[in-house]
Write a protein that binds this ligand. Sequence first.
Ligand SMILES: [Zn+2]
Length: 140
Amino acid sequence: MKHKILYLVVALAVLFGAAWGLIHQIEKAEAKARVTACLENLRCIGQAIKSYRDQNDGRYPPNLQALYPKYLEDRRGLRCPGYCPDTPTNSDAVSYMYFKADASISNRQIIVRDAPASHREMHGAAVLYANGEYEWIKDE
Ligand SMILES: [Zn+2]
């Protein structure tokens, strides 16, 4: 009888550990997917800013909302999928930070980046440079 109970306890512990590991792996995969979707948003925002500038004498848009709907079809693209604010906000809200530039900006200057409350579990931020390149940068 004692052996059966011990066996049951060990089996439950192993099952619990496996389930815990699986949940952790799924959460990690979901977080990575949110980073991928976020980088796709920045790619689209970069193209939209380029189109805006092409049609506005090289000027940058006054804010990111100015891109919708003429240059950016889907307004949801202005909100990071990894953005989790402490207080719930309108799902149409813009989550990305925009640093308005002028024509003299350097190519490697960041013009759009994730807000600090984005991708907390990934310890980094997606950024868009003035030249249209975008990447994930790790926190230092
Ligand atoms: Zn993001």
